[in-house]
Each structure stands twice: as structure tokens, then as C-alpha cells.
Design a protein around this ligand. Structure first.
Ligand SMILES: Nc1ncnc2c1ncn2[C@@H]1O[C@H](COP(=O)(O)OP(=O)(O)OP(=O)(O)O)[C@@H](O)[C@H]1O
Ligand SMILES: [Mg+2]
Length: 472
């Protein structure tokens, strides 16, 4: 037979086969190939016989019809590693593994305001279903770093010590470093209630279940909840659920940012997020590196944190606070170290201050906002430096002063720091039921320094001013 004719026939046959396959796909979608559950170790399920990419969802269905939702977290050869996002009781060998979707999406919409949902978006507050109609990718979308609007505007968080001394810019990402029981939740609650952000998204990740109720009902209350969305994935939820909880809270914040809103994202805690990632990575065989944390944990942290910040031109901002637990008040914990490096500043809560009944227990000396110079004018910066300088001077000489070894009159600067000390402490403390706005914070700082300098001037001449002291 004529060769060109054979080639032509083969080519048209191949084309019509491809067209038929395409129209089959269009009509019924790609067929999904089911696999089988072959093994389970710890929380990791192994499936063989099916293929699905990392991050895809699979349903594991038992012969009795029970369905467990899972996500693909790894593979080896023909085997897929799955992690459950729901209860795994009742799973049996050879259960069917059915890939369902290739990516995860988060339901978003204005209906979320005032609601408390879990890591899968289901309501926890008994107020009925959340009827959202829009979807956002769980992993977020990349923003070109060059197209992000720069951080120039301050955000009022309603807490005087933060507003005045470690001013936060809209779009800034801060760490809240503290041990247990030193007032993190109360401080986050104060910020939720008193901030001038349009929307507050709170992610309660890996904390005690009891705390979720306490935070929502007692600390936030109806007032705080009105402009908030709370995503809770407490300690007893699966590690994947905790990861999803943090990512979901971020996706919700991104949705509001894309609507042009200024969002405050409060994540309690980043450490529990890292621990959940550690559980998953160790379970699928990744070797531990630093203090039991596998390397992927340190890659996941910036992936989450970088999603906060300012959006492209025209969109709003996500200002974020991530709490970082410093176990046993060890500030060199690997997660604390990594967080300090990727965040734009940190606020440290001191156990010593909390124990002495000083709340919020913010250690001003050890707290910094790397963007303060961009959002404060020169005059305000000078006042803050003057405040910090006097506070530090007193702290450095505190022991001598307390045992009476310091003679008043030996050093004019220390004398002034001693005179200022009770006023500085009063300035930094704030009742949890009181809001102090950004303008009030700046004005009160100015008044405090002016009053103290005037008092000093009455006893000594010439009068010092914050500017002259700082420039000296
Ligand atoms: N601004 C405040 N005014 C008065 N008391 C406060 C203030 N902040 C915290 N406290 C006290 O400190 C206690 C512990 O606070 P909180 O629950 O916020 O700590 P935490 O750091 O979140 O603790 P955990 O690590 O257990 O989650 C509160 O029960 C409250 O008594
Ligand atoms: Mg707490």
C-alpha cells in the first residue's frame, strides 16, 4: 500500500481519537482512578493504586460506607501518603481511596463577620450554616513584592504602650513573644476590640479547647465579635486541621484585603502551627534537624507569614500579630529564632512584669518595631527614644537604687530616670477594659514628657528637652 496514504490515515485516526477523548473528558470529566488503603502508621495512611498530586483531597471509604477526608502530604514510588482531616476511627485495611479534588479552597464572603468557624470552615457557634458564595485558594496567591504598597500609615491597635512606643504600620507583621500565662490572649482580645482596623481575623491554632470559648465569650464578647472572624483549630484537632486553620484565617484576611479593607490578623500561635507541621513531616519520614524540627517547618513559616502585608495598589492591608511561645521563657527556641528573622518586629511580654501585676506586661526595652521610623515623624521618634532611654537607665541601676546603694544627686540623668520611673510604668500599663487611641497615646506621651521635664526644670536649670537630651 502507498506509504503517504497510510501516514495520512494514521494521522487522521489519531486526531479523531484525541477529539473523542477530549469530548469524553468535557462531558464526564477525567475518570478518577481509585486506590486502596494498604497501611497506617501513627496518623499517616498509605494508599496504592491511585495517583494524586500533593495537596489533593482524597476520600477514604470503608466497606461499611464510612468516609474519612484526607489530604496527600507525600509519596514514595507508587505509594501515596495521606493525612486525615477528620476522625479516623473505623478505618479498615483495603478501604477505597478516591481522589476528589486537586486543590483546597476556602469559602469566603461578608457572611463570615461575627462567626466562629473550625479549620474546615464549619460553624462552631451554633448560629446556623455560614452561607458564603465565594472561594479563595487555601494557599493564597503570590503577590509580586515590588507591587506591594509600602508601609507608611500607622495602625491604631488601641493599646497605649504599643501605639506610642512600638508603633505598628498597616501591613506590618509582628511577633508577640511570651511564655504561658503572661497575658497574650488578653492583649490580643484588647487589640481585637479597640483597633481601628476594618476587620479582625483571629486564628486560634493548637491552643486548649477551653481557651477558645473563653476567648470568644469572655475576652472578645459581642462587642469584639461584631467585626471579627474567628477560626479555631484547637489542640485536639488533627495536625493538618491546625495547619489548614492558620491558612484559612490567612485566606479570609486576604479576601477582606482584596476588598480594600484594612485587616488585623491575630494568630495564636505560630509555634503551634510549626509543631503541627513538625508532626506531619516526622510522620512521613522527614528527618528532624533543629531541636526535633525538620527543615520543612522552617520553609513553611515564611510561606504563611509572607501572605500578610500590604496588597497590590488599590487593595487594603493585612497587619498581622503572630504569637510565639517561648517555652520556659527560652528566647532561643528555634521557632522563636526563625520567627524573629522573618517578622518585621517583635513585642516581648515579660513574666517578671506580669508577676508584679503590671499589664499588659510589655517589655519595652526588648520590643522593637522595625518599621517605626517609616511611620513616625522625627519628633515622635525622639520622644520614644527619650522614654526608652530613661526606662533603660532606671532598669540598669534598679538593683543599686533598690538596695539604697545609689546616692541621689550623684548623677543627674539617673536622678531624672528615678523621678520618671513611676510615670513611665503608669503610662505602659492599661486596664483590659480601657481603649487608648493612637492620637491619645501620642498626646499622653508628649504630656508625660513635658510635665516631667517641667518638674525637672523647677529644680535644675537650664531646662532639658527631649530633643536636647537625645542629641546630647
Ligand atoms: N491587661 C490586663 N489586666 C489585668 N489582668 C490581666 C491583663 N492581661 C492579663 N491579665 C491576667 O493574666 C491572666 C493570664 O492572661 P492570658 O490568659 O491572656 O495569658 P496567656 O499568655 O494567653 O496564657 P496561656 O499561655 O495560658 O494561653 C488573665 O487571666 C488575667 O488575670
Ligand atoms: Mg492564651
Amino acid at each position: 500500500m502507498n506509504q503517504p496514504l497510510i501516514d495520512q490515515a494514521l494521522s487522521s485516526w489519531a486526531t479523531s481519537l484525541a477529539q473523542t477523548a477530549q469530548s469524553c473528558d468535557d462531558m464526564c470529566g477525567k475518570p478518577s482512578v481509585e486506590g486502596m488503603l494498604t497501611r497506617m502508621v501513627g496518623l499517616t495512611l498509605e494508599a496504592s493504586g491511585c495517583q494524586a498530586p500533593i495537596g489533593a483531597r482524597c476520600d477514604v471509604v470503608t466497606p461499611a460506607g464510612q468516609k474519612v477526608e484526607t489530604e496527600v502530604v507525600g509519596f514514595s514510588g507508587e505509594k501515596l501518603y495521606l493525612m486525615p482531616t477528620s476522625d479516623i476511627r473505623g478505618l479498615v485495611p483495603n478501604s477505597r481511596v478516591i481522589p476528589t479534588s486537586h486543590s483546597s479552597a476556602v469559602n469566603v464572603g461578608p457572611e463570615l463577620l461575627g462567626r466562629v468557624i473550625d479549620g474546615r470552615g464549619r460553624p462552631l457557634d451554633g448560629k446556623g450554616p455560614v452561607k458564603t458564595r465565594l472561594l479563595m485558594p487555601l494557599e493564597g496567591r503570590e503577590i509580586n513584592p515590588l507591587s506591594r504598597t509600602p508601609i507608611r500609615e500607622p495602625l491604631d491597635v488601641g493599646v497605649r504602650a504599643i501605639n506610642a512606643l512600638t508603633s505598628i504600620g498597616r501591613g506590618q507583621r509582628m511577633g508577640l513573644f511570651a511564655g504561658s500565662g503572661v497575658g497574650k490572649s488578653v492583649l490580643l482580645g484588647m487589640m481585637t476590640k479597640y483597633t481601628d482596623a476594618d476587620v479582625v481575623v483571629v486564628g486560634l491554632i493548637g491552643e486548649r479547647g477551653r481557651e477558645v470559648r473563653e476567648f470568644v465569650q469572655e475576652i472578645l464578647g459581642e462587642e469584639g465579635l461584631q467585626k471579627s472572624v474567628v477560626v479555631a483549630a484547637p489542640a485536639d484537632s488533627s495536625p493538618l486541621m491546625r495547619i489548614h486553620g492558620a491558612m484559612q484565617a490567612t485566606s479570609i484576611a486576604e479576601y477582606y484585603r482584596d476588598q480594600g479593607k484594612n485587616v488585623l490578623l491575630l494568630m495564636d500561635s505560630l509555634t503551634r502551627f510549626a509543631q503541627a507541621q513538625r508532626e506531619i513531616s516526622l510522620a512521613i519520614g522527614e528527618p528532624p534537624a533543629t531541636k526535633g524540627y525538620p527543615p520543612s517547618v522552617f520553609a513553611r513559616l515564611p510561606q504563611l507569614v509572607e501572605r500578610a502585608g500590604n496588597g497590590d495598589k488599590g487593595s487594603g492591608s493585612i497587619t498581622a500579630f503572630y504569637t510565639v511561645l517561648v517555652e520556659g521563657d527560652d528566647h532561643n527556641d528555634p521557632i522563636a529564632d526563625a520567627a524573629r528573622a522573618i517578622l518585621d518586629g517583635h513585642i516581648l511580654l515579660s513574666r517578671q512584669l506580669a508577676e508584679s501585676g503590671h499589664y499588659p506586661a510589655i517589655d519595652v526595652e526588648a520590643s522593637i518595631s522595625r518599621l517605626a521610623p517609616q511611620i513616625m515623624d522625627k519628633e515622635k521618634q525622639i520622644r520614644v527614644q527619650f522614654f526608652r532611654k530613661n526606662y533603660s537607665l532606671y532598669q540598669q541601676n534598679k538593683d543599686l537604687i533598690n538596695v539604697g546603694a545609689y546616692q541621689v544627686g550623684s548623677d543627674a540623668e539617673i536622678d531624672f530616670a528615678i523621678q520618671m520611673q513611676p510615670h513611665l510604668m503608669r503610662f505602659m500599663s492599661q486596664d483590659m477594659n480601657q481603649a487608648v487611641s493612637l492620637t491619645e497615646s501620642y498626646t499622653q506621651l508628649e504630656q508625660l514628657l513635658n510635665n516631667q521635664l517641667a518638674k525637672k526644670a523647677q529644680t535644675t536649670t537650664p531646662a532639658a528637652s527631649p530633643t536636647s537630651v537625645v542629641n546630647r
